[in-house]
Design a protein around this ligand. Structure first.
Ligand code: HAM
Length: 432
């Protein structure tokens, strides 16, 4: 019986061309992480639920509605990670990384899980790459992570992204803001959605996360958190903006930016594209979170970081037809063997080429020269090597340059190295 099993709603299979885009994003990020001196960390895909509820915040959408939480066989509550920051901070504290030279600068790449209503650019399993820099309150570090985020998208070839920035201050500044904000909302309470009415009492700042049209309308003209910053927070924010100016990184102050996590303090930012519709236009975002390490039982250490959505970034790269440099400068070779009898000869050739690190493949099934040459063309191979009866008898190979259509005959017994010379003559990128 044939099983009728599809991928779960909100998940995708990534293959073919998309894998090339994905690897391009990840490779570019890895290179930059190394340039900025960040070290990789791999944390578990699931954590005790408390890791997320305590850090992200009980009143947030993520904790209230979007977590994949389950009990293990011993009745312990576990959750598939909805984001990376909480896990990294948990690992930082648990492994006493605070004893190392500070700041500790970490990066991660992996799957995250949120039970959201799936739509274009919003999935239930998605990949993020991110950084967390723990152990300094220097505004230069806020700028370093923003600079890294900005450089990543620049390296990927984006030109039209907008960097939004705001500061939500520390708990002191927020207290007086929340007081005035609540007074502002009160007369409009009836117009808010049921969720926001709950947020009003539990966690008023979260009203800013709401996508509901009516709630957004109410927020127009609301007090601005930026006007409530204490002297320290205002000076910190001014320095951040000043350093961004030094680096000529363009930004736009967005007073309505609050970001949907309770752990943030002071600087928050997002990188958005207005070429993607609506709510899914953020490709990455982050901010400072100065209380989280202590909340996890570590020393009081400030931190800042960001995460980028790999799937959304991939979608936009493709949509904007950004040519990706796939670093495939070495020629790719397709070995066409016209009869299974010649398999041993074919293996010898493949072994030689692969030992010399050339990407090569052969035809395991069909054996028609015309069909195989067409495939070599379509598959973006730079050279075909043809092995037929004549070649085997004379111990030769025929090499066809797929671009120029020139053919060369090489004596395999005596002139093996000739193939390497021939291949190195053409180092132009593969046709995709
Ligand atoms: P976030 O804004 O929730 O931040 O996620 C970062 C990025 O992940 C988003 O900008 C978006 O591109 C992508 N993303 C989020 N949810 C989805 C989804 N359902 N489907 C597809 N892509 C999605 C964080 O996660 C924070 N931990 C960032 C951070 C690090 N803050 C400080 N350090």
């Amino acid at each position: 019986m044939v099983m009728n099993v599809n991928a779960p709603r909100g998940t995708i299979d990534i293959f073919g061309e998309d894998i090339k885009y994905r690897n391009f994003i990840i490779d570019t990020a890895r290179e930059l992480f190394s340039v900025f001196n960040y070290q990789e960390i791999v944390t578990p895909t699931f954590e005790y639920t408390e890791v997320f509820t305590r850090s992200i915040g009980e009143g947030t959408d993520i904790v209230q509605k979007e977590m994949y939480t389950f009990e293990d066989k011993k009745g312990r509550s576990l959750t598939l990670r909805p984001e990376g920051t909480a896990s990294v901070v948990r690992a930082f504290v648990e492994n006493k990384m605070f004893q190392e030279h500070l700041p500790v600068k970490l990066f991660y790449i992996g799957s995250m899980f949120r039970y959201e209503r799936p739509q274009k650019g919003r999935m239930r399993e998605f990949s993020q790459l991110g950084v967390e820099s723990i152990g300094t309150n220097n505004p230069m570090m806020d700028v370093e992570v923003i600079w890294l985020l900005n450089s990543l998208f620049k390296e990927l070839g984006f030109v039209d992204l907008v960097l939004l920035i705001n500061s939500i201050g520390c708990s002191n500044c927020r207290e007086s803001f929340v007081e005035d904000f609540k007074a502002f909302i009160l007369p409009h309470l009836e117009k808010l959605c049921p969720d926001c009415r709950k947020r009003y009492t539990q966690n008023p700042l979260r009203i800013f996360d709401c996508k509901n049209r009516h709630c957004r309308k109410v927020l127009e003209g609301s007090p601005r958190v930026l006007s409530y910053l204490c002297t320290d927070c205002r000076e910190h924010f001014e320095k951040v903006l000043g350093y961004l100016d030094v680096l000529k990184i363009k930004y736009r102050i967005d007073h309505s930016l609050v970001r949907g996590f309770d752990y943030y303090t002071q600087t928050i930012f997002e990188i958005v594209s207005y070429q993607i519709e609506s709510a899914q236009n953020a490709l990455g975002g982050g901010g400072r979170y100065n209380n989280l390490v202590e909340q996890f039982g570590g020393p009081s250490l400030p931190a800042v970081g960001f995460a980028v959505g790999i799937d959304r970034t991939l979608m936009l790269l493709k949509k904007l037809c950004i040519e990706v440099n796939l670093n495939e400068n070495r020629p790719r070779i397709y070995l066409i063997v016209l009869d299974e009898e010649y398999s041993s000869y074919c293996l010898e050739i493949l072994q030689y080429l692969r030992e010399h690190s050339y990407t090569c493949d052969t035809n395991y099934n069909a054996k028609k020269l015309g069909t195989e040459l067409k495939w070599a063309e379509k598959g973006g191979y730079d050279f075909s090597i043809i092995v037929g009866e004549d070649e085997v008898k004379t111990h030769n190979i025929t090499v066809k340059d797929m671009k120029t259509r020139n053919q060369y005959r090489i004596d395999w017994s005596t002139g093996k190295k000739e193939i390497l010379t021939l291949l190195s003559r053409d180092t132009s990128p593969s046709r995709r």
